[in-house]
Write a protein of this length. Structure first.
Length: 572
C-alpha cells in the first residue's frame, strides 16, 4: 500500500485514510494477506520510531538527480488496534508487515505536518511536488529491490496517482505492469491538480523526458477534463489502475454522476466520465470501511447484524447480546465531558504564545457550565455533539442562511433551547479559518453552544461516549468514521443521507437521515429531523433509549471488510 497517512504512527494522521491504513492491514492478515506500507518520512517518523536505514535511492527528478533515504520499521499495527476481534481466538496470526519510510527534504515541513497549506493562487503546489518525488522514489525502490516483492500494488488517493502513471507510461518502470493495481478513493474532492508546464510545480518540471515521450492519447488520460492545461493525479489513478475502490457502496454510485454544488449534490467532481467508463467495465467497487469494537460478536452474527440493519426492531426486548446495555447519560458523565473539554483547551493554550479569543470563550463557557453542573436544579441534562474537520464537506449546511434567524447553526441552537432549555451542543473541530470565525461568534452569542477549535483524542472519545445525539450534516461523506464511533457508544446520529452515512445508519431505527433537493431544502430537513429527535427524547424516553441501544448493536467489522477486499479487489 502506498499512502500519505497512517494513524498507527503518531503524527501521521489527518483524515479517514489514516484510520484505514491503521486498521486494514491487521484485518487483512487474518485472511492471509500481508501488507507492507510505503509513505513519506515527513522528517520525523524514522527517528521517533527507531526505524532502520536500509538504502539510498537515486532518481532523475526535473533537471537534477535526487537522493532519497529509505528506512524500514515493523508495522505498529498490533499496538494501534489491539486486534480486538475475538473471532481470531485460537488462531495464530504472524504479522510480518513493514513500513517503508522515504526521507527527503522536500517531504518535510517546519512543524512536521503531513500536508502543506499552499497559497490560494497555487493550490497543491508544494504537496504535488512532494508526492511526485515520493511516487518516483517508491517506483525506483521497487525496481532496485529495496522494497520486498509484492503481488499487488494498492494506491490510496491522489497522493499515489503518479505512481500509477509511472507504472503505465515510464519504460524504466514497465516491470510494475506485471503487478495488479488497485486505486482507493477516500475523498474525490481533493485531486492534486497542477499545470502541465510553466511552473516549478508542474508535470513538465518533474518529468521532462517523459513529457516528450507521451502520446496524445496518454496525455488525455492524465489531463484534467475541466482544465486541459493541467494534470490530475486522481484521474491518473482512476484511468490507469486495474480496479477503483470507493469506501462505501452508495458513494461508489454517487461519483458516477456529475456534481451540482449549487443544489447540494457532490458526485464525480469532474471525473464522473472516467469513473463511468471504469464502472461499465465492472472495475468500480464500493466497500465500506470498518470500525474497531471492544466487544465483538461472532463473524456470522456481526455479518447478520450488518446485512439486516434496516429491518432492526427498536425495542429493548429484542436487543441481542452483541453490545452492552445502553443507559441514560448521567449528570456526572456530562460533568466529565466539561472537564475533559477544559483540559483539552488548556493543553492547546500551552502550545501557543498567545491566548486566542475562541479558546477564551470556550474556557469561560465551560467554567460556567461546570459551576452549574454541581447544582442539580440547573445542571445540563442533554448533550448534543459533533466531531469533525471544519470544511464545507462537513458543515456547509450549518452555514446556510435561514432568514431572520441567521444561519442554520443559529436555528439549530434556538430549537435545541426551545425543546431542551438545559441542553448543550459541543462541537469539536479544526480546519477552515473562516468557518472557525463564524462558529466562534455563534459560541459567544449562544450559551448552549461550546465550540472547541482543535482536536484531542481523549476528548473526542468522551464526546462519543456521553453524547445522546450526534450531528453529522455532511454534504458528502465517502464513508465516515465519526458516525460509527458515535453509534458504537450508543449515541444516535442525525446525518445527511449520502455516501457511507446512508450505508451505516438505518433511518428511524438507529438514527435519523435527512435529504433534500437543494441546499436550503436539505437544511430545513435537518431542522425537521432535529425536532423529531428532541420530541422523542422528551415524550418517549424509553423509545429513544431503545434507538440508542440499536445504534450500539450495529457492527461493521474490519474482518468482513478484509474478506470483501480479498474477493472483490485482490482476486484475479
Amino acid at each position: 500500500m502506498i499512502a500519505a497517512e497512517n494513524d498507527a504512527i503518531k503524527g501521521a494522521k489527518v483524515g479517514g485514510m489514516a484510520d484505514v491504513i491503521r486498521d486494514l492491514p491487521p484485518a487483512l492478515a487474518k485472511v492471509d494477506v500481508c501488507v507492507d506500507v510505503a509513505m513519506p518520512n515527513y522528517g520525523f517518523i524514522a527517528k521517533d520510531n527507531n526505524a532502520e536505514f536500509i538504502a539510498k535511492v537515486v532518481v532523475k527528478f526535473g533537471a537534477n538527480l535526487e537522493t532519497i533515504d529509505v528506512y524500514k520499521m515493523p508495522a505498529p499495527f498490533l499496538t494501534a488496534t489491539g486486534l480486538q476481534d475475538k473471532s481470531t481466538q485460537g488462531k495464530s496470526i504472524e504479522l510480518t508487515n513493514s513500513v517503508y519510510l522515504f526521507d527527503h527534504h522536500l517531504f518535510n515541513s517546519p512543524d512536521n505536518q503531513v500536508y502543506t497549506e499552499g497559497a490560494p493562487d497555487r493550490p497543491f503546489a508544494e504537496d504535488a511536488t512532494k508526492f511526485a518525488l515520493f511516487n518516483l522514489a517508491v517506483a525506483q525502490a521497487y525496481i532496485d529491490a529495496v522494497i520486498a516483492p509484492v503481488d499487488i500494488l494498492h494506491m490510496h488517493d491522489w497522493h499515489a496517482g503518479m505512481l500509477v502513471m509511472l507504472r503505465a507510461f515510464a519504460s524504466e518502470y514497465a516491470e510494475l505492469k506485471a503487478l495488479p493495481c488497485v486505486f482507493s478513493i477516500h475523498n474525490l474532492a481533493l485531486q492534486g491538480i497542477r499545470p502541465i508546464r510553466e511552473d516549478v510545480s508542474s508535470f513538465t518540471a518533474w518529468f521532462p523526458e517523459l513529457t516528450m515521450k507521451l502520446t496524445q492519447a496518454q496525455k488525455t488520460q492524465i489531463s484534467d477534463p475541466r482544465y486541459p492545461h493541467c494534470i490530475n493525479p486522481m484521474k491518473m489513478g482512476i484511468e490507469l489502475s486495474d480496479k477503483v475502490h470507493l469506501v462505501s457502496p452508495t458513494y461508489a454510485n454517487e461519483v458516477l454522476m456529475a456534481s451540482d454544488h449549487q443544489n447540494g449534490f457532490f458526485g464525480g467532481e469532474g471525473l464522473e466520465g472516467s469513473l463511468l467508463d471504469k464502472h461499465h467495465r465492472g472495475d468500480v467497487v464500493g466497500i465500506l470501511n470498518g470500525c474497531i469494537y471492544e466487544t465483538q460478536a461472532t463473524h456470522d452474527q456481526a455479518s447478520h447484524n450488518q446485512a439486516s440493519q434496516a429491518s432492526q426492531v427498536s425495542t429493548v426486548s429484542k436487543v441481542s447480546k452483541v453490545a452492552k446495555s445502553v443507559k441514560p447519560v448521567s449528570s456526572k458523565q456530562i460533568a466529565q465531558v466539561f472537564e475533559n473539554s477544559q483540559q483539552a483547551v488548556i493543553k492547546w493554550l500551552g502550545k501557543s504564545e498567545y491566548v486566542k479569543a475562541v479558546d477564551q470563550i470556550a474556557l469561560t463557557r465551560l467554567q460556567m457550565l461546570m459551576a452549574k453542573q454541581s447544582k442539580p436544579s440547573v445542571a445540563c441534562d442533554f448533550l448534543m455533539t459533533s466531531v469533525g474537520r471544519l470544511t464545507d464537506q462537513k458543515v456547509l449546511l450549518l452555514r446556510q442562511a435561514n432568514g431572520n434567524s441567521g444561519s442554520i447553526l443559529q436555528s439549530v441552537l434556538q430549537r435545541l433551547k426551545q425543546a431542551k432549555p438545559k441542553a448543550i451542543f459541543i462541537l469539536l473541530g479544526s480546519g477552515d479559518k473562516q468557518i472557525a470565525v463564524e462558529f466562534q461568534k455563534a459560541a459567544a452569542n449562544n450559551d448552549n453552544f461550546v465550540f472547541l477549535n482543535g482536536y484531542d483524542d481523549s476528548l473526542s472519545t468522551s464526546l462519543y461516549q456521553y453524547g445522546e445525539l450526534f450531528m453529522m450534516p455532511s454534504s458528502f461523506e465517502p464513508c465516515g468514521i465519526s458516525q460509527l464511533l458515535a453509534m458504537k457508544h450508543g449515541q444516535v446520529c442525525i446525518a445527511h443521507g449520502v455516501g457511507g452515512l446512508r450505508d451505516t445508519i438505518a433511518d428511524k431505527h438507529n438514527g435519523w437521515l435527512f435529504e433534500g433537493n437543494n441546499l436550503q431544502h436539505q437544511a430545513q430537513q435537518l431542522l425537521l429531523v432535529l425536532e423529531q429527535a428532541l420530541t422523542m427524547h422528551n415524550d418517549n424516553p424509553d423509545e429513544y433509549l431503545a434507538m440508542r441501544q440499536s445504534a450500539s448493536e450495529v457492527r461493521f467489522t474490519w474482518h468482513k471488510v478484509a474478506q470483501e477486499y480479498l474477493e472483490k479487489l485482490y482476486s484475479s
